[in-house]
Write a protein that binds this ligand. Structure first.
Ligand SMILES: Cc1cc2nc3c(=O)[nH]c(=O)nc-3n(C[C@H](O)[C@H](O)[C@H](O)COP(=O)(O)O)c2cc1C
Ligand SMILES: *[C@@H]1O[C@H](CO)[C@@H](O)[C@H](O)[C@H]1NC(C)=O
Ligand SMILES: *[C@@H]1O[C@H](CO)[C@@H](O)[C@H](O)[C@H]1NC(C)=O
Ligand SMILES: *[C@@H]1O[C@H](CO)[C@@H](O)[C@H](O)[C@H]1NC(C)=O
Ligand SMILES: *[C@@H]1O[C@H](CO)[C@@H](O)[C@H](O)[C@H]1NC(C)=O
Ligand SMILES: *[C@@H]1O[C@H](CO)[C@@H](O)[C@H](O)[C@H]1NC(C)=O
Ligand SMILES: *[C@@H]1O[C@H](CO)[C@@H](O)[C@H](O)[C@H]1NC(C)=O
Ligand SMILES: *[C@@H]1O[C@H](CO)[C@@H](O)[C@H](O)[C@H]1NC(C)=O
Ligand SMILES: *[C@@H]1O[C@H](CO)[C@@H](O)[C@H](O)[C@H]1NC(C)=O
Length: 400
């Protein structure tokens, strides 16, 4: 009897001690949302305070830091995706099904990451994708994104829904810097014409015309919980047909790149219409939940309309968090690869953070290419011998 009571008390005491210990140690417990674990220690972080930048060693670290730093409402607004986030999770996890082929016995002493996008020179094959309202991360907003991209020689294409004006962003560009600009198909035609003129006048060299949320946006439940507003109206034209697309091309002299291509059929249509490039994307899972990842879309285009890759440039994005993800998309035929959320997360540190994020990714890319036996990143573009996607293909196309 007595020994039973003693052990009961002992168990109670132990569980108290354990709870206390765990709480004492993990003063900040951050749900990592299934991100790969690489040892980031958040024990000493204080909620709402910017963690030391020197603890950031890979792109996912910036997301954890942003989650710790930003108000819940703003973190949710950037992190959210549509409905059950099936596509968002697929974007994040597809990489586990892809294998890289590395070759030995090659000279990789001089690695070249230079590339061209629509004929313009860039020092990197990845770029900062358009993302609305950077101002909730840092007061410098899009300016830090533009400055960091310029220093690294990377492309930046600001969103038409930016915190800063497109003229302010253009003004911080370096003399040797090329920027593109994103545009939406507003139902207000006057606004559309006016903005296209401003973009051209400010010196942007091409338009990423986002065509995947005509009329409405996806219902982004995670963000709606914070705003308490079920409103997916965008002000974008809901009657955006092929005729309307043809008409838009007459409104600007800049090359137009349709962004948000998510089926092989639409890719083929853009080819037939003579666009110089397409941007394959599911908008970071924020529009139609359930659509495929860029890996799967690119595979499907390769299968159905391989001529797309021979006759136009292809860019792609979605879930890219390391150089190996960049390499996979390049090998599948993307000439350049976009980063959506990572620059946003890095921007909590302003320009310094974005520059560090890009530099880390650059170092990863240089390292992976060397380890794969390829000194020139352009040789990876469309070269399937660098990847094995059979697992993805088996699941996506079925066994036949
Ligand atoms: C907060 C946020 C805002 C975005 N705003 C835009 C936008 O204004 N225009 C656009 O074409 N795409 C927008 N996107 C989509 C990105 O350009 C890109 O396609 C996507 O984020 C890539 O996925 P990733 O975040 O996993 O890198 C946005 C994405 C996020 C996360
Ligand atoms: C994390 O950091 C804390 C405080 O610096 C340290 O006590 C703890 O051992 C670290 N945890 C791990 C797993 O390294
Ligand atoms: C890459 O381009 C830069 C100019 O932007 C040039 O200085 C450099 O030599 C190029 N690198 C290679 C390996 O060609
Ligand atoms: C782009 O790079 C190529 C090859 O490095 C070079 O010959 C050309 O002059 C560059 N163009 C511009 C505009 O800098
Ligand atoms: C532009 O110049 C900066 C240095 O001023 C350099 O870091 C960057 O790589 C250059 N951009 C390109 C595309 O060569
Ligand atoms: C359409 O856009 C123009 C230019 O920005 C603006 O002046 C006008 O008020 C807008 N019209 C409507 C109906 O919102
Ligand atoms: C675009 O402009 C061309 C040449 O000016 C004209 O032939 C064509 O009809 C226009 N298309 C549309 C849809 O406005
Ligand atoms: C914003 O970025 C700047 C650098 O551009 C940095 O000095 C500053 O600390 C950042 N602001 C906040 C609130 O973190
Ligand atoms: C593709 O890469 C392989 C492996 O490096 C190489 O042997 C082959 O020549 C490349 N093919 C093309 C078309 O560049």
């Amino acid at each position: 009897m007595a020994s039973l009571r003693t052990s009961y008390i002992l168990v109670l005491w132990l569980s108290f001690a354990l709870t206390f210990l765990l709480h004492g140690c993990l003063s900040v417990e951050i749900d990592r949302e299934g991100l790969p674990w690489t040892g980031l220690n958040t024990t000493d972080w204080e909620t709402g305070v910017l963690p030391p930048l020197d603890q950031m060693w890979e792109l996912n670290d910036f997301q954890i830091a942003a989650k710790n730093f930003l108000a819940a409402r703003w973190y949710a607004s950037y992190r959210t995706a549509a409905l059950d986030q099936v596509t968002y999770q697929a974007n994040m996890n597809i990489w586990q099904k892809i294998r890289l082929n590395g070759y030995t016995f090659r000279d990789v002493s001089d690695v070249n990451l230079n590339t061209t996008i629509l004929g313009y020179n860039f020092s990197l094959p990845f770029f900062i994708a358009p993302a609305a309202y950077a101002g909730h991360t840092n007061e410098s907003a899009e300016l830090s994104l533009a400055i960091a991209a310029g220093k690294l020689g990377a492309l930046y294409a600001p969103s038409i829904e930016s915190t800063k004006t497109l003229e302010e962003i253009a003004a911080v560009g370096l003399p040797n810097q090329t920027m593109f600009h994103q545009e939406y198909v507003w139902s207000n035609r006057t606004l559309l014409i006016e903005q296209l003129k401003r973009i051209e006048h400010a010196g942007y060299k091409a338009i990423f015309l986002t065509v995947d949320n005509t009329g409405v946006n996806g219902i982004r439940v995670q963000a709606i919980r914070e705003t308490q507003e079920l409103d997916s109206d965008t002000g974008h034209s809901a009657s955006f047909t092929l005729e309307a697309l043809a008409e838009i091309r007459n409104l600007t002299t800049l090359p137009i790149v349709p962004k948000g291509i998510k089926t092989a059929a639409d890719a083929k249509t853009c080819l037939d219409l003579g666009f110089p490039a397409i941007y394959v994307s599911n908008h970071g899972g924020r529009v139609l939940d359930g659509v495929p990842t860029s890996v799967e879309i690119l595979l499907d285009i390769r299968k159905q309309y391989p001529e797309v890759f021979e006759n136009m440039e292809v860019y792609a994005d979605g879930g890219v968090r390391s150089a190996n993800h960049v390499i996979a998309l390049l090998a599948l035929g993307a000439r350049a690869v976009g980063l959506g959320r990572s620059p946003i997360w890095a921007n909590i540190y302003g320009e310094e953070g974005v520059e560090k994020m890009l530099t880390l990714l650059q170092a990863e890319l240089q390292t992976s290419l060397q380890l794969m036996g390829e000194a020139n990143v352009q040789n990876v573009v469309g070269n399937l011998s660098y990847i094995n996607t059979k697992q993805v293909e088996a699941e996506y196309f079925g066994i036949n």
